[in-house]
Design a protein around this ligand. Structure first.
Ligand code: PLP
Length: 468
Protein backbone atom coordinates (compact mmCIF):
# COMPACT_ATOMS: atom_id res chain seq x y z
CA UNK A 1 0.00 0.00 0.00
CA UNK A 2 1.53 3.31 -1.00
CA UNK A 3 1.52 6.40 1.21
CA UNK A 4 -1.43 8.15 -0.43
CA UNK A 5 -3.58 5.02 -0.35
CA UNK A 6 -2.68 4.41 3.30
CA UNK A 7 -3.66 7.99 4.13
CA UNK A 8 -6.96 7.66 2.24
CA UNK A 9 -8.04 4.42 3.88
CA UNK A 10 -6.87 5.46 7.32
CA UNK A 11 -9.11 8.55 7.19
CA UNK A 12 -11.91 6.51 5.69
CA UNK A 13 -11.65 4.05 8.61
CA UNK A 14 -11.72 6.90 11.15
CA UNK A 15 -14.74 8.47 9.42
CA UNK A 16 -16.46 5.12 9.31
CA UNK A 17 -15.83 4.73 13.07
CA UNK A 18 -17.43 8.10 13.83
CA UNK A 19 -20.47 7.34 11.63
CA UNK A 20 -20.76 3.91 13.22
CA UNK A 21 -20.84 5.32 16.73
CA UNK A 22 -23.52 7.79 15.66
CA UNK A 23 -25.66 5.02 14.18
CA UNK A 24 -25.62 2.71 17.19
CA UNK A 25 -28.99 3.66 18.68
CA UNK A 26 -30.67 2.57 15.44
CA UNK A 27 -29.06 -0.87 15.36
CA UNK A 28 -30.17 -4.04 17.17
CA UNK A 29 -27.75 -4.54 20.07
CA UNK A 30 -27.09 -8.25 19.60
CA UNK A 31 -26.17 -9.58 16.15
CA UNK A 32 -29.31 -10.96 14.55
CA UNK A 33 -27.54 -13.54 12.35
CA UNK A 34 -27.81 -17.31 12.39
CA UNK A 35 -24.82 -19.59 13.02
CA UNK A 36 -22.71 -20.01 9.87
CA UNK A 37 -24.34 -17.10 8.05
CA UNK A 38 -21.19 -14.98 8.05
CA UNK A 39 -18.77 -17.84 7.36
CA UNK A 40 -20.92 -18.77 4.37
CA UNK A 41 -20.13 -15.42 2.76
CA UNK A 42 -16.34 -15.68 3.12
CA UNK A 43 -14.31 -17.22 0.28
CA UNK A 44 -13.22 -20.83 0.86
CA UNK A 45 -9.54 -20.10 0.10
CA UNK A 46 -7.24 -17.07 0.23
CA UNK A 47 -7.03 -15.02 -2.99
CA UNK A 48 -4.01 -15.68 -5.20
CA UNK A 49 -3.83 -12.04 -6.29
CA UNK A 50 -4.54 -8.92 -4.26
CA UNK A 51 -7.98 -7.29 -4.33
CA UNK A 52 -9.04 -3.65 -4.48
CA UNK A 53 -9.47 -1.93 -1.12
CA UNK A 54 -12.89 -0.62 -2.25
CA UNK A 55 -14.10 -4.20 -2.53
CA UNK A 56 -12.57 -5.30 0.77
CA UNK A 57 -14.06 -2.32 2.61
CA UNK A 58 -17.46 -2.88 1.02
CA UNK A 59 -17.41 -6.51 2.17
CA UNK A 60 -16.52 -5.36 5.66
CA UNK A 61 -19.65 -3.22 5.70
CA UNK A 62 -22.02 -5.71 4.10
CA UNK A 63 -20.74 -9.04 5.49
CA UNK A 64 -18.97 -8.31 8.76
CA UNK A 65 -20.88 -5.44 10.38
CA UNK A 66 -24.29 -7.23 10.34
CA UNK A 67 -22.60 -10.08 12.20
CA UNK A 68 -21.32 -7.87 14.99
CA UNK A 69 -22.87 -7.52 18.43
CA UNK A 70 -22.53 -3.85 19.30
CA UNK A 71 -20.63 -3.66 22.55
CA UNK A 72 -20.59 0.15 22.41
CA UNK A 73 -24.36 0.34 22.02
CA UNK A 74 -25.88 2.55 24.73
CA UNK A 75 -28.40 -0.20 25.52
CA UNK A 76 -25.93 -3.06 25.97
CA UNK A 77 -26.92 -4.36 29.42
CA UNK A 78 -25.58 -7.93 29.09
CA UNK A 79 -22.51 -9.56 30.72
CA UNK A 80 -20.30 -6.66 31.86
CA UNK A 81 -19.44 -3.77 29.55
CA UNK A 82 -16.32 -3.52 27.41
CA UNK A 83 -16.45 0.22 27.26
CA UNK A 84 -14.39 2.13 24.73
CA UNK A 85 -14.74 5.87 25.25
CA UNK A 86 -14.22 7.70 21.95
CA UNK A 87 -11.06 9.31 23.28
CA UNK A 88 -9.53 5.91 23.97
CA UNK A 89 -10.40 4.84 20.42
CA UNK A 90 -8.42 7.83 19.13
CA UNK A 91 -5.46 6.77 21.28
CA UNK A 92 -5.74 3.24 19.90
CA UNK A 93 -5.66 4.54 16.32
CA UNK A 94 -2.30 6.09 17.19
CA UNK A 95 -1.04 2.95 18.92
CA UNK A 96 -2.06 0.92 15.89
CA UNK A 97 -0.28 3.30 13.54
CA UNK A 98 2.96 3.25 15.55
CA UNK A 99 2.58 -0.52 16.10
CA UNK A 100 5.40 -0.93 18.59
CA UNK A 101 6.16 -4.16 20.40
CA UNK A 102 6.77 -2.93 23.95
CA UNK A 103 8.19 -5.99 25.70
CA UNK A 104 11.24 -4.22 27.16
CA UNK A 105 11.99 -0.68 28.26
CA UNK A 106 14.40 -0.28 25.36
CA UNK A 107 11.90 -1.50 22.78
CA UNK A 108 9.87 1.65 23.55
CA UNK A 109 10.87 3.61 26.65
CA UNK A 110 7.79 5.86 26.41
CA UNK A 111 5.44 2.87 26.58
CA UNK A 112 7.13 1.53 29.72
CA UNK A 113 7.43 4.85 31.48
CA UNK A 114 3.87 5.89 30.65
CA UNK A 115 2.63 2.50 31.91
CA UNK A 116 4.36 3.05 35.25
CA UNK A 117 2.81 6.51 35.52
CA UNK A 118 -0.68 5.46 34.44
CA UNK A 119 -0.79 2.55 36.84
CA UNK A 120 0.21 4.94 39.59
CA UNK A 121 -2.57 7.34 38.51
CA UNK A 122 -5.05 4.46 38.62
CA UNK A 123 -3.72 3.30 41.99
CA UNK A 124 -4.37 6.74 43.42
CA UNK A 125 -7.73 6.95 41.68
CA UNK A 126 -9.06 3.76 43.29
CA UNK A 127 -7.51 4.50 46.69
CA UNK A 128 -4.85 1.79 46.94
CA UNK A 129 -1.88 2.74 49.16
CA UNK A 130 1.42 3.95 47.70
CA UNK A 131 3.13 0.60 48.35
CA UNK A 132 1.33 -1.02 45.39
CA UNK A 133 3.02 -1.19 41.96
CA UNK A 134 1.03 -1.87 38.82
CA UNK A 135 1.32 -3.50 35.43
CA UNK A 136 -1.14 -3.71 32.53
CA UNK A 137 -2.08 -7.30 31.73
CA UNK A 138 -4.05 -8.31 28.64
CA UNK A 139 -6.90 -9.67 30.75
CA UNK A 140 -8.01 -10.28 34.30
CA UNK A 141 -7.62 -13.99 33.51
CA UNK A 142 -3.91 -13.45 32.89
CA UNK A 143 -3.53 -11.43 36.09
CA UNK A 144 -5.22 -14.18 38.07
CA UNK A 145 -3.08 -16.85 36.43
CA UNK A 146 0.03 -14.85 37.29
CA UNK A 147 -1.15 -14.51 40.90
CA UNK A 148 -1.85 -18.25 41.16
CA UNK A 149 1.62 -19.02 39.81
CA UNK A 150 3.12 -16.74 42.47
CA UNK A 151 1.06 -18.56 45.13
CA UNK A 152 2.38 -21.89 43.81
CA UNK A 153 5.98 -20.69 43.70
CA UNK A 154 5.93 -19.20 47.19
CA UNK A 155 4.29 -22.32 48.62
CA UNK A 156 6.90 -24.54 46.96
CA UNK A 157 9.84 -22.39 48.09
CA UNK A 158 10.38 -21.13 44.52
CA UNK A 159 10.85 -24.61 43.17
CA UNK A 160 7.54 -25.15 41.34
CA UNK A 161 8.73 -23.73 38.02
CA UNK A 162 11.57 -26.23 37.99
CA UNK A 163 9.89 -29.21 39.61
CA UNK A 164 6.73 -28.88 37.52
CA UNK A 165 3.43 -30.61 38.09
CA UNK A 166 4.95 -33.43 40.13
CA UNK A 167 5.69 -30.99 42.94
CA UNK A 168 2.16 -29.64 43.12
CA UNK A 169 -0.41 -32.28 43.98
CA UNK A 170 -0.87 -31.13 47.54
CA UNK A 171 -1.17 -27.38 46.99
CA UNK A 172 -4.49 -25.85 47.90
CA UNK A 173 -6.13 -22.57 46.86
CA UNK A 174 -9.34 -21.21 48.39
CA UNK A 175 -12.25 -19.22 46.92
CA UNK A 176 -16.03 -19.09 47.01
CA UNK A 177 -18.23 -20.41 44.19
CA UNK A 178 -18.98 -16.80 43.16
CA UNK A 179 -15.63 -16.18 41.48
CA UNK A 180 -15.29 -16.04 37.70
CA UNK A 181 -14.43 -19.24 35.84
CA UNK A 182 -11.07 -17.69 34.91
CA UNK A 183 -10.07 -18.63 38.47
CA UNK A 184 -10.88 -22.30 37.79
CA UNK A 185 -8.84 -22.14 34.61
CA UNK A 186 -5.85 -20.57 36.37
CA UNK A 187 -5.92 -23.51 38.78
CA UNK A 188 -5.86 -26.06 35.93
CA UNK A 189 -3.30 -24.19 33.87
CA UNK A 190 -0.94 -23.82 36.82
CA UNK A 191 -1.07 -27.59 37.28
CA UNK A 192 -2.59 -27.32 40.74
CA UNK A 193 -5.67 -29.23 39.61
CA UNK A 194 -9.34 -28.43 40.13
CA UNK A 195 -9.62 -30.87 43.04
CA UNK A 196 -7.32 -28.52 44.93
CA UNK A 197 -9.50 -25.44 44.50
CA UNK A 198 -11.40 -25.50 47.76
CA UNK A 199 -14.82 -23.80 47.62
CA UNK A 200 -15.69 -21.96 50.79
CA UNK A 201 -19.43 -21.52 51.50
CA UNK A 202 -20.80 -17.99 51.26
CA UNK A 203 -22.92 -16.13 53.78
CA UNK A 204 -25.08 -13.01 53.89
CA UNK A 205 -26.67 -10.88 51.22
CA UNK A 206 -23.29 -10.08 49.71
CA UNK A 207 -22.58 -13.77 49.16
CA UNK A 208 -19.06 -13.44 50.58
CA UNK A 209 -16.88 -16.27 51.87
CA UNK A 210 -17.59 -17.36 55.44
CA UNK A 211 -14.23 -16.42 56.97
CA UNK A 212 -14.62 -18.83 59.88
CA UNK A 213 -15.20 -21.67 57.40
CA UNK A 214 -12.19 -20.43 55.40
CA UNK A 215 -9.89 -20.58 58.43
CA UNK A 216 -11.25 -24.00 59.39
CA UNK A 217 -10.72 -25.38 55.86
CA UNK A 218 -7.11 -24.16 55.82
CA UNK A 219 -6.41 -25.69 59.24
CA UNK A 220 -7.99 -28.99 58.24
CA UNK A 221 -5.98 -29.11 55.01
CA UNK A 222 -2.74 -28.44 56.84
CA UNK A 223 -3.48 -31.27 59.25
CA UNK A 224 -4.21 -33.54 56.30
CA UNK A 225 -0.83 -32.78 54.76
CA UNK A 226 -1.87 -30.28 52.08
CA UNK A 227 0.04 -27.08 51.40
CA UNK A 228 -2.35 -24.10 51.60
CA UNK A 229 -0.95 -21.51 49.19
CA UNK A 230 -3.41 -18.68 48.62
CA UNK A 231 -6.91 -17.24 48.63
CA UNK A 232 -8.75 -15.71 45.68
CA UNK A 233 -11.36 -13.23 46.80
CA UNK A 234 -13.80 -11.29 44.66
CA UNK A 235 -15.30 -7.85 44.74
CA UNK A 236 -18.22 -7.80 42.32
CA UNK A 237 -18.52 -11.42 41.14
CA UNK A 238 -19.71 -11.90 37.58
CA UNK A 239 -23.02 -13.61 38.27
CA UNK A 240 -24.66 -11.24 40.75
CA UNK A 241 -21.86 -9.02 42.07
CA UNK A 242 -20.84 -11.09 45.13
CA UNK A 243 -18.37 -9.35 47.42
CA UNK A 244 -16.10 -11.15 49.83
CA UNK A 245 -15.28 -9.56 53.17
CA UNK A 246 -11.78 -8.60 52.06
CA UNK A 247 -10.70 -7.43 55.53
CA UNK A 248 -11.81 -10.78 56.98
CA UNK A 249 -10.11 -12.76 54.21
CA UNK A 250 -6.88 -10.79 54.65
CA UNK A 251 -6.98 -11.39 58.40
CA UNK A 252 -7.23 -15.17 57.88
CA UNK A 253 -4.52 -15.03 55.20
CA UNK A 254 -2.12 -13.16 57.49
CA UNK A 255 -2.72 -15.62 60.33
CA UNK A 256 -2.08 -18.50 57.95
CA UNK A 257 0.75 -16.92 55.94
CA UNK A 258 -1.17 -17.12 52.64
CA UNK A 259 -1.13 -14.93 49.52
CA UNK A 260 -4.35 -13.03 48.66
CA UNK A 261 -5.46 -12.10 45.14
CA UNK A 262 -8.56 -9.91 44.77
CA UNK A 263 -10.50 -10.13 41.49
CA UNK A 264 -12.39 -6.86 41.07
CA UNK A 265 -12.36 -7.06 37.27
CA UNK A 266 -15.67 -5.20 36.93
CA UNK A 267 -16.26 -3.47 40.28
CA UNK A 268 -12.75 -2.05 40.62
CA UNK A 269 -13.59 0.85 38.29
CA UNK A 270 -16.27 2.02 40.75
CA UNK A 271 -13.60 2.49 43.41
CA UNK A 272 -12.75 5.84 41.86
CA UNK A 273 -15.86 6.90 43.85
CA UNK A 274 -14.99 6.91 47.54
CA UNK A 275 -18.51 5.96 48.65
CA UNK A 276 -18.21 2.51 47.00
CA UNK A 277 -14.88 1.56 48.58
CA UNK A 278 -16.52 -0.08 51.57
CA UNK A 279 -17.30 -2.96 49.16
CA UNK A 280 -13.61 -3.91 49.27
CA UNK A 281 -12.74 -2.63 52.75
CA UNK A 282 -9.39 -4.12 53.75
CA UNK A 283 -8.04 -4.38 50.18
CA UNK A 284 -4.85 -2.60 51.22
CA UNK A 285 -3.85 -5.86 52.95
CA UNK A 286 -4.06 -7.91 49.73
CA UNK A 287 -0.97 -9.02 47.81
CA UNK A 288 -2.48 -8.77 44.33
CA UNK A 289 -5.51 -6.88 42.97
CA UNK A 290 -6.87 -6.79 39.44
CA UNK A 291 -9.47 -4.60 37.78
CA UNK A 292 -10.29 -4.02 34.14
CA UNK A 293 -10.34 -0.38 32.99
CA UNK A 294 -11.62 -1.91 29.75
CA UNK A 295 -14.82 -2.96 31.47
CA UNK A 296 -16.41 0.04 33.14
CA UNK A 297 -13.87 2.86 32.95
CA UNK A 298 -13.84 3.37 29.19
CA UNK A 299 -10.34 2.24 28.20
CA UNK A 300 -10.66 0.38 24.92
CA UNK A 301 -10.34 -3.41 25.25
CA UNK A 302 -7.90 -4.77 26.29
CA UNK A 303 -6.56 -3.22 29.48
CA UNK A 304 -6.34 -4.98 32.85
CA UNK A 305 -4.71 -3.13 35.73
CA UNK A 306 -2.87 -5.54 38.01
CA UNK A 307 -1.53 -4.15 41.31
CA UNK A 308 1.01 -5.93 43.48
CA UNK A 309 2.23 -5.17 46.97
CA UNK A 310 5.49 -6.93 46.10
CA UNK A 311 6.16 -7.14 42.36
CA UNK A 312 9.47 -8.93 43.04
CA UNK A 313 7.48 -12.11 43.76
CA UNK A 314 5.84 -11.86 40.34
CA UNK A 315 9.09 -11.17 38.51
CA UNK A 316 10.78 -14.03 40.32
CA UNK A 317 7.98 -16.30 39.12
CA UNK A 318 7.66 -15.14 35.51
CA UNK A 319 10.86 -13.49 34.27
CA UNK A 320 12.80 -15.18 31.49
CA UNK A 321 16.31 -14.12 30.57
CA UNK A 322 17.55 -15.41 27.21
CA UNK A 323 20.59 -13.55 25.93
CA UNK A 324 18.70 -11.57 23.30
CA UNK A 325 16.43 -10.06 25.97
CA UNK A 326 19.20 -8.89 28.27
CA UNK A 327 19.26 -5.13 28.55
CA UNK A 328 22.96 -4.94 29.39
CA UNK A 329 23.82 -2.40 32.02
CA UNK A 330 20.40 -0.79 32.15
CA UNK A 331 19.53 -1.90 35.66
CA UNK A 332 16.92 0.10 37.48
CA UNK A 333 14.53 0.12 34.54
CA UNK A 334 11.36 -1.94 34.27
CA UNK A 335 10.86 -4.60 31.61
CA UNK A 336 7.16 -5.28 31.95
CA UNK A 337 7.37 -8.52 29.98
CA UNK A 338 8.89 -9.94 33.16
CA UNK A 339 5.61 -9.21 34.94
CA UNK A 340 3.34 -11.22 32.64
CA UNK A 341 3.00 -14.57 30.86
CA UNK A 342 3.16 -13.18 27.28
CA UNK A 343 6.49 -11.76 26.18
CA UNK A 344 5.23 -9.36 23.52
CA UNK A 345 3.23 -6.37 24.73
CA UNK A 346 0.98 -3.80 23.09
CA UNK A 347 1.26 -0.14 24.06
CA UNK A 348 -1.80 -0.09 26.29
CA UNK A 349 -0.99 2.86 28.53
CA UNK A 350 -1.62 5.53 25.88
CA UNK A 351 -5.40 5.07 25.92
CA UNK A 352 -5.40 5.43 29.70
CA UNK A 353 -3.44 8.67 29.46
CA UNK A 354 -5.83 10.07 26.87
CA UNK A 355 -8.91 8.84 28.77
CA UNK A 356 -7.91 10.11 32.21
CA UNK A 357 -6.77 13.47 30.90
CA UNK A 358 -9.78 14.08 28.66
CA UNK A 359 -12.52 13.10 31.11
CA UNK A 360 -10.75 13.70 34.40
CA UNK A 361 -11.69 11.57 37.39
CA UNK A 362 -14.75 13.72 38.05
CA UNK A 363 -16.13 12.97 34.57
CA UNK A 364 -15.64 9.24 35.03
CA UNK A 365 -17.12 9.33 38.54
CA UNK A 366 -20.22 11.05 37.20
CA UNK A 367 -20.67 8.30 34.60
CA UNK A 368 -20.34 5.53 37.20
CA UNK A 369 -22.65 7.24 39.69
CA UNK A 370 -25.26 7.72 36.96
CA UNK A 371 -25.11 4.05 36.05
CA UNK A 372 -25.55 3.02 39.67
CA UNK A 373 -28.47 5.42 40.12
CA UNK A 374 -30.21 4.33 36.91
CA UNK A 375 -29.79 0.63 37.72
CA UNK A 376 -31.18 1.14 41.23
CA UNK A 377 -34.14 3.09 39.85
CA UNK A 378 -34.87 0.39 37.27
CA UNK A 379 -34.74 -2.31 39.96
CA UNK A 380 -37.30 -0.32 41.98
CA UNK A 381 -39.62 0.04 39.00
CA UNK A 382 -39.44 -3.67 38.19
CA UNK A 383 -40.03 -4.57 41.85
CA UNK A 384 -43.27 -2.59 41.73
CA UNK A 385 -44.40 -4.10 38.45
CA UNK A 386 -46.86 -7.04 38.77
CA UNK A 387 -45.24 -10.41 38.05
CA UNK A 388 -41.65 -9.24 38.58
CA UNK A 389 -39.36 -10.16 41.44
CA UNK A 390 -35.93 -8.72 42.24
CA UNK A 391 -33.76 -11.79 42.85
CA UNK A 392 -30.55 -10.06 43.90
CA UNK A 393 -30.44 -6.43 45.01
CA UNK A 394 -28.27 -3.97 43.09
CA UNK A 395 -24.55 -4.22 43.75
CA UNK A 396 -23.30 -1.02 42.15
CA UNK A 397 -25.08 -1.13 38.76
CA UNK A 398 -25.86 -4.87 38.63
CA UNK A 399 -29.03 -6.62 39.80
CA UNK A 400 -31.02 -9.66 38.76
CA UNK A 401 -34.74 -10.23 38.39
CA UNK A 402 -37.24 -12.86 37.42
CA UNK A 403 -40.70 -12.79 35.87
CA UNK A 404 -43.44 -15.15 36.98
CA UNK A 405 -45.09 -17.06 34.19
CA UNK A 406 -45.71 -20.49 32.74
CA UNK A 407 -45.47 -23.78 34.60
CA UNK A 408 -41.67 -23.89 34.30
CA UNK A 409 -40.22 -20.65 35.71
CA UNK A 410 -36.70 -21.29 34.35
CA UNK A 411 -37.97 -21.99 30.83
CA UNK A 412 -40.19 -18.90 30.99
CA UNK A 413 -37.31 -16.60 31.97
CA UNK A 414 -34.99 -18.10 29.36
CA UNK A 415 -37.72 -17.52 26.78
CA UNK A 416 -38.02 -13.92 27.99
CA UNK A 417 -34.26 -13.33 27.59
CA UNK A 418 -34.43 -14.77 24.09
CA UNK A 419 -37.43 -12.62 23.15
CA UNK A 420 -35.68 -9.51 24.48
CA UNK A 421 -32.48 -10.19 22.56
CA UNK A 422 -34.30 -11.12 19.36
CA UNK A 423 -36.22 -7.85 19.66
CA UNK A 424 -32.90 -6.00 19.56
CA UNK A 425 -33.69 -2.81 21.49
CA UNK A 426 -31.70 -3.99 24.51
CA UNK A 427 -29.37 -6.87 25.30
CA UNK A 428 -29.50 -8.90 28.53
CA UNK A 429 -28.06 -12.20 29.76
CA UNK A 430 -29.18 -14.75 32.29
CA UNK A 431 -27.49 -16.38 35.26
CA UNK A 432 -28.37 -18.99 37.85
CA UNK A 433 -29.00 -17.90 41.44
CA UNK A 434 -29.41 -20.64 44.06
CA UNK A 435 -30.10 -23.09 41.27
CA UNK A 436 -32.75 -21.03 39.47
CA UNK A 437 -32.55 -18.90 36.33
CA UNK A 438 -32.51 -15.14 36.89
CA UNK A 439 -32.03 -12.32 34.39
CA UNK A 440 -29.09 -9.97 34.94
CA UNK A 441 -29.18 -6.27 34.26
CA UNK A 442 -26.07 -4.11 34.44
CA UNK A 443 -25.76 -0.49 33.39
CA UNK A 444 -22.29 0.45 32.26
CA UNK A 445 -22.20 1.94 28.78
CA UNK A 446 -20.18 5.07 28.26
CA UNK A 447 -22.86 6.53 25.99
CA UNK A 448 -25.85 5.37 28.05
CA UNK A 449 -28.43 8.03 28.96
CA UNK A 450 -31.31 7.87 31.43
CA UNK A 451 -33.75 7.36 28.54
CA UNK A 452 -31.99 4.06 27.79
CA UNK A 453 -33.00 2.75 31.22
CA UNK A 454 -36.55 3.84 30.36
CA UNK A 455 -36.35 1.88 27.07
CA UNK A 456 -35.06 -1.14 29.03
CA UNK A 457 -38.04 -0.95 31.39
CA UNK A 458 -40.58 -0.65 28.60
CA UNK A 459 -39.01 -3.44 26.55
CA UNK A 460 -38.80 -5.88 29.47
CA UNK A 461 -42.39 -5.27 30.61
CA UNK A 462 -43.81 -5.34 27.08
CA UNK A 463 -42.08 -8.60 26.12
CA UNK A 464 -42.83 -10.30 29.44
CA UNK A 465 -46.52 -9.91 28.61
CA UNK A 466 -46.01 -11.51 25.20
CA UNK A 467 -43.85 -14.48 26.13
CA UNK A 468 -45.76 -17.66 26.73
N1 PLP B 1 -13.32 -11.65 36.74
C1 PLP B 1 -14.57 -11.18 36.68
C2 PLP B 1 -15.28 -10.80 37.94
C3 PLP B 1 -15.20 -11.03 35.44
O1 PLP B 1 -16.46 -10.59 35.38
C4 PLP B 1 -14.50 -11.38 34.28
C5 PLP B 1 -15.14 -11.23 32.96
O2 PLP B 1 -16.22 -10.75 32.80
C6 PLP B 1 -13.20 -11.86 34.39
C7 PLP B 1 -12.63 -12.00 35.63
C8 PLP B 1 -12.40 -12.25 33.19
O3 PLP B 1 -11.97 -11.09 32.58
P1 PLP B 1 -10.99 -11.11 31.33
O4 PLP B 1 -11.87 -11.22 30.14
O5 PLP B 1 -10.31 -9.76 31.41
O6 PLP B 1 -10.06 -12.23 31.49
Amino acid sequence: MDEATFRHWSSKAADWGADYRQSLRDRPVRAQTAAGEIAGQIAQSPPETGEAMERIFEDFETIIVPGMTHWQHPRFFAYFPANAAPVSVVAEYLVTAVAAQCMLWQTSPAATELETKMLDWLRQAIGLPAGFSGVIQDSASSATLAAVLVMREKALAWNGNRAGLAANPRIRIYSSDQVHTSIDRAIWVSGIGEQNLVRIPTIGERRGMDCAALAAAIEADRKAGYIPAGIIACTGGTSVGACDDIAGVVRVAKEQGLYVHVDAAWAGAAMICEEFRELWRGVEGADSVVFNPHKWLGAQFDCSAHFLSNPDDLVRTLAIHPEFLKTHGQDGIINYSEWSVPLGRRFRALKLWFLLRFHGLSGLREMIRNHVRWAEALAERLRNEPGFEIVTEPVLSLFSFRHAGGSDADAHNLALVKAINDDGRIYLTQTRVDGRIAIRFQAGQFSMAEEDAETAFRTIVELAKKVV
